[in-house]
Design a protein around this ligand. Structure first.
Ligand code: ADP
Length: 636
């Protein structure tokens, strides 16, 4: 390609879609385009400063690092000029000819599908450079790279399908100028008071001077390095909003200054609302790393683990060399100490919050708990992690109630050495499951694991203090059956010695019928109102792990379970009487299969419901015929 002729380029399909949405929709928060462009300018200045710290050679060394805004109200023009790193011909194509976001297609879909959310999405997350087309009908970008040998370039687009890119004949100093021709209905963005307000609101903490028609308008210092006593709550809030693009105040603010053994300052925030937008922004976490007020890395993921990713903020240290490269940061011992210290500080803060203000902590848990649970792999902080977990449980009045593991332990029954939990889709489903009955009867608290994540969390924890986490369908009954009942209304009738023998034979008969589908059939000591249920032996796979393996492994072989029948249930008693009269009666076989498959169904493990469906219909038909006969007899 010859370097001097005018060149037209097509935007990529995704970019075209995004431009179309932005240009043709009326978003009330479109002023944020200014924030996006100023933040790009600030990034470009940060990058230049970073290069100069590394002693890289660059052009126009005498230029001050600053952002200038020029307004031309008459012609509806707004110019944003920075003296940053600039862009070469190829860099412009790579950077602003395409959308960098890894899942931009998904992002565009969300924008399209959630019209009323769009304001929120654009406001909170921004759509970068392209947001300018919410207000512009033409944009010219002139840029000169910091590298001596690169020629200045000019990029022009009307936000339609294509853009033009050329080398610029005139001389240009290092940096980038963005000239915005405002749409008629967006001319307010060339008015001084309006632009000044927007900058004060959204860009006040930019660390480079922002000059509006020659006057510096951002005045706020690096807040995190100021003494705490000098900072007002309003300043903290303002900084948080600047940093997070959140419209709401933060739920918590955490200002840390550590001097020994390492020196660092951090200003951290816990947002009121999770920004885990459909799980889409989960990987957008990280803290901004400064070294002596110079931004070294934006959203550093090495400073904070993903499970604490809901924490937003900045970290600044004197002890990291300014010329450290981003690549070698992780090998820097000081950096690692800082990140470990931050984790400890955040966990301690949350633990204190949970004890000082239970309600507030529960609110934080409800928003960020799901992400927090990813911390089950942080074995170094296992005890703190467990202290912060919350679950619904059988002792809570409703599904909103939450209990900590420590609170659970406080309420243990005499001789209880295990922490019981049950897994289910809803609280009601667990409460009415057969496996729960004996726990209800004994009043033993059971933690309710209603989020699929919970199972992994608890199975990876194993135990806490001297207590073992045990799933209700794996309990060794001898450990709880002697505990006193709290529900006494359900006195069971005695089973005679003679009947006991018959019941044992009936169980044998069930085993013969069900064959290898079960490991054993026995009379239940745990059941109250249900006729039967499936239970695992103590060391076998829990039913939720089972479900998971079944989902992930194609040829997963069903683990066999123990089938328990309740000799006090009228249905089982009737079956016994039928059995005593004729041990070969086919009704017993039908019922055995029916009870077995219903139990599978309840546990979510019935693969094929067709047989069950057919059998139920047959049995209800028979029952209705018998019922009719009976009615006839009564009335005649
Ligand atoms: P983001 O800033 O999220 O990466 P943008 O669409 O805003 O996305 O910008 C894309 C890229 O274009 C930036 O990452 C940067 O490399 C480049 N860029 C944008 N504005 C400037 C600027 N003023 N100076 C230098 N590079 C810029």
């Amino acid at each position: 390609m010859s370097k001097n002729e005018a060149k037209k380029f097509e935007f990529k399909a995704e970019t075209r879609q995004l431009l179309d949405i932005l240009a043709h929709s009326l978003y009330s928060s479109r002023e944020i385009f200014l924030r996006e462009l100023i933040s790009n300018a600030s990034d470009a200045l940060d990058k230049l400063r970073f290069e100069s710290n590394k002693n890289t050679d660059y052009t126009d060394k005498e230029l001050a690092l600053e952002i200038r805004i020029e307004l031309d109200e008459k012609n509806k023009i707004l110019r944003i000029i920075d003296t940053g790193i600039g862009m070469s011909f190829d860099e412009i194509i790579a950077n602003i000819g395409t959308i960098a976001h890894s899942s931009s297609a998904e992002f565009i879909k969300q924008l399209k599908d959630n019209k009323e959310e769009a304001n929120n999405i654009i406001g909170k997350f921004g759509v970068g450079f392209y947001s300018v087309f919410m207000a512009a009908d033409k944009v010219t970008v002139k840029s000169k790279s910091f590298r001596q040998e690169e020629k200045p370039v000019v990029w022009v687009s009307e936000g339609t399908d294509e853009y033009e890119l050329n080398y610029l004949e005139e001389k240009l100093q290092r940096g980038t100028t963005i000239e915005i021709h405002l749409k008629e209905d967006a001319k307010e963005f060339s008015e001084k008071w309006r632009v000044e307000n927007i900058i004060k609101q959204h860009s006040n903490f930019i660390s480079f001077p922002i000059l509006l028609d020659g006057t510096k308008i951002n005045t706020t210092p690096a807040l995190w390095r100021e003494p705490k006593s000098k900072i007002t709550p309003e300043q903290y809030e303002e900084f948080y909003k600047f940093l997070s693009h959140d419209n709401d105040a933060p739920a918590e603010t955490l200002h840390i200054s550590v001097d020994a053994p390492i020196q660092y300052n951090a200003l951290l925030f816990i947002p009121k609302k999770s920004s885990d937008f459909f799980g889409f922004y989960r990987d957008q976490y990280g803290l901004d790393l400064y070294v002596r007020r110079v931004l070294i890395q934006h959203k550093s993921k090495e400073l904070i683990p993903e499970y604490l990713g809901f924490v937003k903020g900045v970290v600044d240290s004197e002890d990291i060399p300014l010329n450290v490269s981003r690549e070698t940061l992780q090998e820097n011992a000081v950096f690692n100490k800082i990140s470990n210290n931050i984790v400890t500080q955040v966990l301690n803060f949350l633990i204190k919050k949970a004890s000082d203000d239970k309600v507030k902590y529960q609110e934080i848990w409800k928003e960020h708990g799901r992400q927090f649970k990813l911390g089950y792999g942080d074995f170094l902080n296992k005890d703190k992690f467990i202290q912060l977990l919350r679950f619904n449980s059988s002792s809570q009045a409703d599904h909103e109630g939450l209990v900590s593991i420590d609170e659970y332990i406080t309420g243990l029954k005499t001789d209880q050495k295990e922490i019981y939990f049950a897994f289910g889709n809803t609280r009601d489903a667990i409460l009415s499951s057969p496996q729960f009955e004996i726990f209800g009867k004994k009043g033993i608290e059971v933690l309710f694991l209603l989020d699929p994540m919970d199972e992994f969390v608890l199975s990876s924890l194993g135990d806490y203090k001297e207590y073992k986490f045990t799933q209700v369908d794996q309990v060794d009954l001898s450990k709880i059956e002697k505990m006193p009942d709290v529900k006494t209304d359900s006195k069971k009738d005695e089973i005679s010695k003679d009947d006991q023998k018959h019941f044992d034979s009936l169980a044998q008969k069930f085993k013969t019928i069900l064959g290898d589908n079960v490991t054993e059939v026995r009379l239940s000591k745990r059941l109250e109102s249900s006729p039967a249920c499936l239970v695992s032996s103590e060391n076998s796979l829990s039913s939720s792990m089972h479900k998971f393996l079944k989902l992930t492994q194609k040829d997963f072989a069903e683990p066999k379970k123990v089938f328990e029948i309740n000799p006090h249930h009228p249905l089982i008693k009737n079956l016994l009487n039928i059995f005593k009269k004729d041990s070969q009666d086919t009704f017993i076989e039908k019922s055995a299969w029916q009870l077995f498959e219903t139990s599978l169904l309840l546990d979510g493990n019935l693969n094929d419901p067709h047989k069950l469906y057919k059998r139920v219909n047959e049995m209800v038909t028979e029952a209705s015929e018998l019922y009719l006969k009976f009615k006839d007899q009564v009335s005649s």
